[in-house]
Design a protein around this ligand. Structure first.
Ligand code: PA5
Length: 444
């Protein structure tokens, strides 16, 4: 089926004239995307067709090795070097992947925060287990993963000795440069190259995401096939025929009507990290020059009991996009109770999936009534193929949407501000001037 965007519940919020009115801007965005202006950052556009097959096969071989010789894989990375792999693993398996009965390694993520207790817990869990390490950093200089790698590299060398540790450390980084690249060459680690023209948040379908995903036992050929289908499906510059462009257009129309927050919702907990991946993709791509929709997320029905009140009745500044998976994997039927002591017999015989779907319909209708526009992004199931399609759909619509908005969707200059302050406060050489400036303003 692939990914579709359903605008049924947007009627009353978006008129045909709105779509007609923005069509020329969509065309300009399409032309810019394919003009070569951003050639150095759009390698992901043709990646599903045009990937390095030798590297891809090496990913599969190394994943086999890790599955055979390790109980645990630790993936070190942050932002685009972290979220895609974790999102895909949970999407395809479960948010409880590590607790499932399975013959693949547990997978823990580190380097995505600086919490000492978080790293300490992972080190404890690794003590009596066989471990492999995949460190992912395009720049090779990001502080969080660099610190985590120093700690886990020492752990691996203490546990296995330098020679065997070397066989268990896999490095995914820039093809040519960076501290991590230099270190990996010096130590003789297996190295995977992140293509130059693919930025972090667009890199999940490169070795950045594919190695951990393959270790989890997922079929990465099917993911690439799904992405390839989406690439072909979402090529045409037409709002009528291209749902990916329609989604980008709708976001911008609603933004111009004062909806400055988009909430991506899902009714499956296994999608919660996928929503985080989406938040980074859109937040980092569009939030520039004091413009952009703020990307938020919610898992329903869970969050209806925490954020539901606000969405229904608070400031009218948001719209919702519902990420819906048509077919569930599990079919649990609600039983009949002899005494109906809990009063639920009116639901007996229904599957939990039917109830969840009904909750979705009820929520969309209520929120639309409350003045919240609702769109639906729909896929058939939580298979590898549908995941590949969904990833490509969101990546491309993000690029088109950012270009309609008038920002460069492929840079992230704002991320540097906190880093520079941190370096100054940690007394990194070269940051003395900034440190003096900051010290007068420090929070207690
Ligand atoms: O999308 C991005 O570019 C960022 O989120 C990066 O992925 C993140 O900052 C990590 O960078 P790096 O892979 O260089 O360690």
């Amino acid at each position: 089926m692939g990914t579709e965007f359903d605008t049924k519940y947007l009627s009353g919020f978006i008129e045909d004239e709105d779509l007609n009115g923005i069509e020329s801007e969509v065309k300009s965005a399409h032309d810019i995307l394919y003009s070569g202006t951003f050639r150095s950052a759009t390698g992901w556009l043709d990646l599903p067709e045009n990937y390095d097959i030798n590297e891809f096969n090496r990913v599969k071989q190394c994943a086999d090795k890790i599955r055979n010789d390790s109980d645990i894989l630790i993936v070190i990375g942050i932002g685009g070097s972290y979220l895609g792999a974790r999102a895909a693993i949970e999407f395809l398996h479960s948010s409880n992947y590590n607790f499932l009965g399975k013959d693949t390694p547990n997978i823990f993520f580190a380097g995505n925060n600086m919490s000492s207790s978080y790293i300490g817990e992972i080190l404890d869990m690794c003590k009596d287990k066989d471990v492999s390490l995949n460190v992912v950093s395009k720049s090779g200089t990001t502080t969080e993963p660099a610190i985590a790698f120093r700690i886990f590299k020492n752990f691996m060398e203490d546990k296995y000795g330098k020679a065997e540790a070397k066989n268990r450390i896999y490095c995914t980084t820039d093809k040519n440069k960076g501290k991590l690249k230099e270190l990996a060459i010096k130590e003789g680690y297996e190295i995977f190259a992140i293509p130059d023209d693919i930025g972090g948040r667009f890199s999940v379908l490169s070795s950045v995401g594919l190695l951990p995903i393959a270790v989890s036992g997922a079929d990465i050929d099917r993911i690439m096939f799904g992405a390839l289908k989406a690439r072909n499906q979402f090529m045409k510059c037409s709002l009528e025929e291209n749902d990916c462009y329609k989604y980008a257009a709708v976001r911008n129309i609603l933004y111009r009507k004062g909806k400055s927050i988009e909430i991506l919702t899902a009714y499956e907990p296994r999608l919660s990290i996928f929503l985080e991946w989406w938040k980074q993709l859109y937040g980092e791509s569009e939030g520039k020059n004091h413009k952009g929709l703020f990307p938020a997320s919610a898992i329903f029905t869970t969050d209806l009991h925490s954020m539901g009140q606000f969405i229904q009745d608070g400031s009218r500044i948001m719209f919702e996009t519902n990420l819906i998976i048509k077919n569930s994997r599990s079919h649990i039927v609600i039983s009949k109770d002899k005494n109906d002591s809990d009063g639920l017999n009116y639901m007996s015989g229904k599957t939990l999936e039917q109830v969840n779907r009904t909750a979705f319909k009820a929520t969309v209708l209520a929120h639309c009534d409350g003045g919240v526009p609702n769109g639906i992004v729909r896929i058939k199931d939580s298979s590898e193929e549908e995941l590949g399609s969904l990833i490509y759909f969101f990546e491309k619509s993000c690029a088109i949407s950012g270009l309609i908005l008038g920002v460069n969707p492929f840079n992230q200059p704002g991320v540097e501000a906190y880093k520079n302050n941190m370096f100054a406060l940690l007394e990194r050489p070269g940051y003395e001037g900034l440190k003096n400036k900051l010290c007068g303003n420090l929070p207690v």
